[in-house]
Design a protein around this ligand. Sequence first.
Ligand SMILES: Cc1ncc(COP(=O)(O)O)c(C=O)c1O
Length: 451
Amino acid sequence: MQSKQDRLVEEYVRSHSRSQQLHEQAVRLFPADGATHAARVLNPFRPYITHAKGSRKWDVDGNEYIDYVMGHGTLILGHSHPAVVEALEKQVAKGILYGDNHELEIEWASLIQQMMPVAERIEFCTAGQEANMMAIWLSRIFTGRRKVLRFDENFHGWGEELVRKDLPGVLAENVDVIPFNNLEAVQEALATREYAILMTEGGGAHMAGQVPISDELLYALPDLTKTYGTVWLIDEVVTGFRDAPGGWQSLKGVKPDLTTIGKCVGGGLPVGAVLGRADIMEALSPTAPAEKRISHSGTWNANAPVAAAGVAACRVYLDGAPHEAARTQGNYFRQKANEAFKARGIKGRLYGRTILHLYFGPIDFEPEDVSMAPTHDVRKITDPTFGPVRDRLVLHLLQRGVDLLTAIGSAYFVMASVHTKADIDKTMETFVAALDAMLAEGSIPDALLGG
Ligand SMILES: Cc1ncc(COP(=O)(O)O)c(C=O)c1O
């Protein structure tokens, strides 16, 4: 069995020889096993990409991939959408960084406001996590409280008060992290009236809800946070302009005090923004009293090329057609992949809307809601036991020309409007071939068979 498994690695190394050379150079430069992002790591190594277009990308060895990484979830319109490319080309010829106000930022913010009514005011920055840091600061000024309440497994960026508290070197004295989907725990914490902000991730934890948020918890939060005077934030860095023009909150019919966005709103360029209530965001006004004022600098805030790309992308988002297309192909793929799992008796499933989460583990039920996992148990979803099975499938798919987004403990198919039915059919052929190869080589353990 071992030698057959190794044959996959041998084939991969053989067909990615230039990538291997580059990886060997990279490990001497970049400490994360040669990668520049924790999710760009793979054993033995990931391909080095030369170019991308639409639903495809190509590597230095000439391999072509159907891409489901989609810029870490950013590219709902696919790679190099013509409207974004045209806007960028025009803008860079006119100047890159004015260090001054310009009209595009107003058009961009107006488009955002039109799609996300939560945005009474908008503050741009450079990344999603910066927006979350700003949201924390705004909530502290507004409430006069220091403490941050967060949920286990929810991700908001790598910065000090945003990461897991138990990581080495992290000092987050003012942050409390409570179990996810536990209404009692949140009620009890909020009732102390100590918290400036409660942070929740759009869709649930890990990229739009690998661990979905329960409706019971979600619909309790508006009243609870209001009652106890805590600012409620939905972090829509992944879900904003991905699930729908109005974000995940528009699908669920909820309106938080603050929302953070990033990724899709920049059309592929780096951005973050806080959207929300004018009274909370008043702290950014130069006329706010000194003891309640935030002075927000940021060299790249709303710089012209990002704004140009953002405007171009947001115009395309307005009618919701890209989201509908991504969702439709996502539905088709999820259904086909789950049929393939079931036909082989494999306890594996895909679930989600425009980001499909890959799950291996006990199937407690077959969910009717496409965004729900086949179990309510957070421990089963995050259990590392079957991580090697998932990683093996990822490598089989990559070797056959299908590239997934991976992060520690997770793998996702990120859908874009440019994925066609033909792309999905080709992906399914690959998916089935990969599963059959795994069954043949014995890399699916008995615990995942007979389901
Ligand atoms: C839900 C969520 N919030 C915040 C962030 C951080 O965004 P950025 O990488 O732009 O700082 C991410 C990144 O993936 C995310 O998934």
